[in-house]
Write a new protein. Structure first.
Length: 354
């Protein structure tokens, strides 16, 4: 097999700041370190750097880590990921960057994709990258984040937001959702699903952050909506009414709707639309079915209806989406997702479209 001189893995540089959470630092390495192409070549190269010369970086645990790269690595990045840190100093306290951090971020080339996990969004916001844009962070920090950065359009209900070249995620494990989304955006559902399977996590989580905010624990004797969701997933191609879902749990429509939102974080109708969008994406990528057939199999009924929902959720038409992703899951177009397509994550991650 001859070498491909034009092949170069996408370079992800993870910025390790003092006080970082080791779990979050490991997320990009785990998710981006897995994807390979048909020739078993790594699709990403992941590098960790600090804002100082190579050396130790403190964590929030009882150990430090040795980072082998300094800030110069940021100049080589195609994507920069900023995990959370508990020692952001003036960034967290006053919303301003230190001189050292300012100098490091200045090395990032224009057009580089930027992403944050949890309170890493403070760094992007303090640098001005989130002004006028939608963004999220951990739900417990969202109100404070909005007060500190009033120009940012904070949405505390989502797991992550994709605004094209700038992406932000909610707390901790939502970084997994974000990184899987970037793999899905770059290389398709099949590749992202394989990474999720190998990582033993769901390729897509239902609902937003609302389901993780503390509320009284419900009586374990009470029924949940799990059976209704399982029933619906096996019948997405059929018309499904709210009363049909409620009947699966022997609840009134009102009780079911309330319980569903408490458990999933969105309304039954929003959830159902999201699942149908995901089904349509999979069929468009992995089958040769016509757009009309995909629309029927995904439960949209008509191609026009599916086109409207995909345009809202993904920012593209079904035909354009299929052109972007081959049936084997490998991306045909290497063009970056445009900012209008950013609605993609707010439907895919947010699970809250209304």
């Amino acid at each position: 097999m001859t070498a491909d001189p034009d092949f170069r893995p996408h370079r992800v540089v993870v910025l390790a700041l003092d006080g970082l959470l080791p779990f979050e630092l490991g997320i990009p390495h785990r998710i981006f370190g897995r994807p390979r192409d048909a020739r078993r070549r790594h699709l990403y190269e992941v590098v960790t750097c600090s804002i100082r010369p190579p050396g130790p970086v403190e964590t929030d645990a009882d150990f430090a880590i040795h980072v082998a790269h300094g800030p110069e690595a940021l100049a080589t990045a195609d994507t920069v990921v900023v995990p959370a840190s508990y020692e952001l100093g003036p960034v967290y306290g006053q919303g301003v960057l230190t001189e050292e951090l300012t100098a490091a971020l200045a090395r990032i080339r224009p057009g580089t994709r930027l992403a944050s996990i949890c309170t890493g969004a403070y760094v992007l916001a303090a640098a001005g990258h989130l002004d006028g844009r939608p963004a999220t962070t951990h739900w417990a920090d969202a109100e404070r984040f909005q007060r500190m950065f009033p120009k940012v359009k904070v949405d505390a209900d989502v797991l992550f937001i994709d605004d094209g070249d700038v992406l932000t995620s909610a707390g901790v494990a939502a970084g997994i959702d974000l990184c899987l989304h970037m793999v899905r955006r770059d290389h398709g559902t099949a590749v992202a699903n394989e990474v999720a399977r190998r990582t033993v996590v769901p390729p897509h989580r239902d609902g937003g952050q609302a389901q993780y905010i503390h509320r009284p624990v419900p009586d374990p004797q009470l029924a949940t909506t799990t059976a209704a969701r399982t029933w619906a997933l096996g019948r997405l191609h059929e018309p499904i009414q709210l009363r049909d879902l409620a009947e699966q749990e022997a609840m009134s429509v009102r009780t079911f709707t309330r319980r569903f939102r408490e458990e999933v974080g969105v309304s039954p109708g929003q959830w159902l639309t999201q699942q149908r969008v995901e089904r349509a994406r999979q069929l468009l990528e992995s089958t040769g079915l016509s757009v009309d057939q995909v629309a029927r199999n995904a439960g949209f009924g008509t191609a026009q209806s599916m086109r409207q929902h995909l345009q809202t959720a993904l920012g593209v038409t079904p035909t354009a989406y299929r052109r972007t992703f081959r049936a084997d899951g490998q991306k045909v177009s290497t063009a970056r997702a445009s900012r209008p397509a950013a609605a993609s994550a707010r439907a895919s991650a947010k699970s809250s479209t209304g």
